[in-house]
Design a protein around this ligand. Structure first.
Ligand code: PLP
Length: 395
């Protein structure tokens, strides 16, 4: 018998992937340089040279079994040790290799973290706008997604609304900062206040509410912007990280979940993460790229390219009368559509070969996401089209 839910997840592709597929068709028809695909968060900046060096070293020195064979389910011990050591250095912690479980990107990290701590009939709180795949991962974990809108004016956390959304069924809150799609980075003050709200709620219940911190953009921030280390602020925090964006390795599928050994019941939660990875088929992240992580744990792709892209796009859009959130991190511009229906706006944008993503699947209406991790040439070539699109609303 067909599993209807799986059928729908597969048959109804995400809006982002739909637009990406449309972009590929248009590029084939018109030529790549005439189509402005701002859909996927697929980094254009090359991986740092250390990535190639690591791969070449592995190819030159390792036995076939070490090169392409299975690793332990949670990753090679030396890789987990390298990640733990890097976190200890950066955040002054004392994590052990066992606190880190290597996964197949943040998608798998999130799924493992969720499945480790939720049980049927519970709820997971997300802040809107949110990464659309959260809905799939949360539903697949068998629980209900509770959507709490961010502050309307600046998309920071709405603490009163979050406090009101907490119920005896709340199992976890997903925090994504720097945020996809808004580029907002939550401040230490806001996150500490949210931690206090959760602690107060925990006093009324047996099981704690978990923070699941989704951090693929942690290292993509404007100079001087702090991304607070959440486990420091709240003891029941799991961190989900990925090398998709920081090392430009989105297609290689590698990341990790951290369950700090300092977390109450950490050994059981770590075992549950391992169990979730086993149940979901996410064990043994790609071994070649585990070694890349070990060798490049403190490396990053050239983030100045994103700064340049953002400055170029933001300046032009501002001059054409668009209203957008000034991003502090990630590589997305969150722009108010020029009509209330974001999908209608995106359809009109297609006439100019501009392909942003409407906000509806992110959980709010009236906005679009422009993914600016494309080439500067693409951004510059798109500017007359953004101008013409704005003018089409004035005429
Ligand atoms: N979470 C957020 C907020 C994302 O933007 C993405 C990818 O774009 C993911 C998770 C999934 O990341 P990965 O490619 O590492 O699976």
């Amino acid at each position: 018998m067909l599993n209807e839910r799986m059928y729908h997840y597969g048959a109804e592709r995400s809006v982002i992937r739909e637009i990406f597929a449309y972009a590929c068709e248009r590029k084939a028809a018109l030529g790549a340089e005439r189509v402005f695909d701002f859909s996927l968060g697929n980094p254009h900046v090359p991986a740092p040279p250390a990535v190639r060096a690591s791969i070449e070293r592995s190819l030159a020195t390792l036995s076939p079994a070490a090169l392409h064979g299975y690793s332990p389910a949670g990753g090679l011990p030396e890789v987990r040790a390298a990640v733990a050591a890097s976190l200890n250095k950066r955040y002054h912690m004392a994590y052990q290799p066992d606190d880190v479980f290597m996964t197949v990107g943040a998608a798998a990290s999130l799924s493992c973290a969720l499945n480790a701590v939720v049980t049927p009939a519970e709820e997971v709180i997300v802040v809107a706008p949110f990464f659309p795949e959260y809905r799939v991962w949360i539903e697949q974990a068998g629980v209900r997604m509770v959507v709490v809108p961010a502050q309307a004016e600046d998309f920071t956390l709405n603490l009163d609304a979050l406090a009101s959304a907490i119920s005896p069924r709340t199992a976890a809150v997903i925090i994504n900062s720097p945020n996809n799609p808004t580029g907002v980075v939550y401040t230490r003050e806001q996150l500490s206040q949210l931690a206090d709200i959760l602690r107060a709620a925990n006093n009324q219940r047996q099981e704690p509410i978990y923070f699941i911190s989704d951090e693929p953009y942690r290292d993509l921030v404007s100079p001087g912007v702090e991304v607070p280390w959440l486990p420091e602020l709240y003891e029941h925090t799991m961190v989900c990280y990925s090398y998709s964006k920081v090392l430009s390795l989105a297609g290689e599928r590698v990341g990790w979940v951290l369950v700090p050994g300092t977390m109450p019941r950490s050994a059981e939660i770590q075992a549950a993460v391992a169990g979730a990875a086993r149940a979901l088929g996410f064990v043994c992240a790609p071994v070649l790229f585990q070694r890349v992580v070990m060798d490049c744990v403190d490396e990053a792709a050239d983030m100045t390219a994103y700064e340049r892209n953002r400055a170029t796009l933001a300046e032009a859009l501002r001059s054409h009368g668009y209203h957008f959130v000034e991003p502090e991190g990630a590589f997305y511009l969150w722009v108010q559509a020029l009509e209330s229906d974001a999908t209608a706006f995106c359809n009109r944008a297609r006439n100019f070969e501009l392909l942003p993503v409407p906000s509806d699947s992110f959980g709010i209406s009236g906005w679009v996401r422009i993914s600016y991790c494309v080439s500067l040439d693409c951004i510059q070539a798109s500017l007359p089209a953004w101008k013409a699109l704005a003018e089409s609303y004035r005429s």
